[in-house]
Design a protein around this ligand. Structure first.
Ligand SMILES: NC(=O)c1ccc[n+]([C@@H]2O[C@H](COP(=O)([O-])OP(=O)(O)OC[C@H]3O[C@@H](n4cnc5c(N)ncnc54)[C@H](O)[C@@H]3O)[C@@H](O)[C@H]2O)c1
Ligand SMILES: [Zn+2]
Ligand SMILES: [Zn+2]
Length: 430
């Protein structure tokens, strides 16, 4: 067995962590060696002075006009970083993916407090631990889970850590699970993104944001298992529980939707219909497991999915983030079928669905957050699926970006020219 609700990276449920205001702050000295190795020397101090420095991507404000290359909402700055408090861990970032949920904070579809260090799909190496951290040691390789799980709230104890109410509140407030913030800009605290803030050389996070992984697994691939893969594959195997030989359709072929396509193949679905408005997505979708593609920019996608699936797919996934697409996904679902919404539309946007169809056709509508994942179970097992050749996600990585190129990278994601671009915050040109 790879894991269970009671363990995280092999450790038992942690005892309640004291949130001490007079925190241990690590004074750190960093030496960069070949391959971006950090050497940190720690000493206990009262908070405030002599913290670490980290180069980070700071989103200054939401809603600046496109193209972002011109309006530059993300600035690269050297920030002060307090050391890890109780239950927290200092992580050197190995790699971080550019996800649409970062873009949605930039364009105001996911309103968050500003300024914020973006990035939530990341993997790195543990460098230091605060008091009371019992499952990690320096040198451990970790994938970030973008919902820190408190392990005590009703959702956590019922085995649904992706629904953790304490983690959700902290994420909405732009803090770590404890309510603390560790980045400072000219003395002022700035906000964390989903407890991760992966677009930074170093980050401090709750131990409950981390999943330990095999150090032999490359960090740039590992990063995607924290969001795109956990969410898309989890939507199929956890949220929908797709049965073999049942039909499936996926609307939206970004990193998340393509992971759902791969998940549908793993689950044994047939046919697997991949839908997008951009024809440049179809070749990759077929490589990853789609058996049919539908161009929603040409003709009615609902009629085409219904025709390809003999009257509607048993499972339809909406990974677009466009509220009106939920109406199409619902209409493309067969009698007795399940529609799963994964995309995150603007909070004010609405979709119109038929309550009568839900009753008379016994339809199921499910929301899916972070693939309904139990991260410390699912991240390692999805990595094993990758190693077995069942999740060929390498093809989803369409490029790399430097910290200084993030605005351009998000323009590419916005235009649908990129699937997943990888940032390695500690990599420097030779
Ligand atoms: N539920 C979760 O836990 C979770 C996790 C990660 C991302 N998300 C959300 O999932 C969505 C997708 O994320 P991503 O990173 O894959 O984004 P992406 O931008 O890479 O992909 C979105 C895709 O949807 C397509 N699309 C847009 N309008 C469409 C339409 N009308 N019909 C069909 N296709 C359409 C785009 O062309 C694009 O290929 C976003 O809303 C993101 O915020 C949710
Ligand atoms: Zn994401
Ligand atoms: Zn919880």
């Amino acid at each position: 067995m790879i894991g269970s609700v009671e363990t995280a990276g092999g450790r038992p449920l942690a005892p309640p962590v004291a949130r001490d205001k007079n925190e241990c702050i690590l004074k750190s000295k960093r030496n960069r060696r070949a391959g971006a190795t950090w050497v940190l020397t720690a000493q206990v101090r009262n908070s405030g002075e002599d913290g670490m420095k980290t180069k980070a991507a700071l989103l200054l404000e939401m809603g600046r006009p496109r193209p972002y290359a011109k309006s530059a909402p993300i600035a690269i700055e050297e920030l002060d970083l307090d050391g890890p408090g109780p239950g927290e861990v200092l992580v050197e970032m190995g790699a971080a993916g550019l996800c649409h949920s970062d873009l949605s904070v930039m364009n105001g579809s996911r309103p968050r407090p500003m300024p914020m260090v973006l990035g939530h799909e990341a993997a790195g190496v543990v460098r230091e631990m605060g008091a009371g951290v019992d499952g990690f040691k320096p040198g451990d390789h970790v994938v970030f889970s973008f919902v820190p799980a408190c392990r005590r709230c009703p959702e956590c104890v019922s085995g649904r850590p992706a629904m953790c109410r304490v983690g959700a509140a902290a994420n909405g407030a732009g803090t770590l699970l404890s309510g603390a913030r560790r980045f400072r800009r000219k003395g002022q605290l700035v906000y964390h993104h989903l407890g991760v803030s992966g677009f930074s050389e170093l980050s401090v996070c709750s131990q409950d944001s981390l999943v330990k992984i095999d150090p032999a697994f490359p960090l740039d691939k590992a990063a995607l298992f924290g969001c795109a893969i956990a969410t898309g594959v989890g939507a199929v195997v956890n949220t929908a529980r797709v049965e073999p030989a049942s039909s499936a359709a996926v609307f939206g072929l970004g990193g998340v939707g393509l992971a759902a396509v791969m998940g549908a193949k793993v689950a044994g679905a047939y046919p697997i219909v991949a839908v997008d408005v951009l024809a440049n997505k179809f070749e990759l979708a077929r490589t990853l497991g789609a058996t049919h593609t539908v161009d929603a920019a040409k003709g009615d996608p609902v009629a085409q999915v219904r025709e390809l699936t003999g009257g509607g797919a048993a499972y339809v996934f909406d990974a677009t983030g466009v509220a009106k697409v939920l109406e199409q996904a619902f209409a493309a679902t067969t009698r007795g079928g399940t529609t799963v919404i994964i995309g995150l539309p603007h909070p004010d946007h609405r979709a119109s669905l038929s309550p009568l169809a839900m009753v008379a056709e016994e339809r199921v509508l499910k929301g899916c957050y972070m693939g309904s994942a139990i991260p410390w179970r699912d991240v390692p097992r999805f990595i094993e699926l990758y190693r077995a050749g069942a999740l060929p996600m390498d093809a989803m990585i369409t490029g790399t970006v430097a910290l200084e190129e993030l605005n351009e990278g998000f323009d590419r994601l916005d235009r649908g020219e990129a699937v997943r671009q990888i940032l390695r915050p500690n990599e420097r040109a030779a």
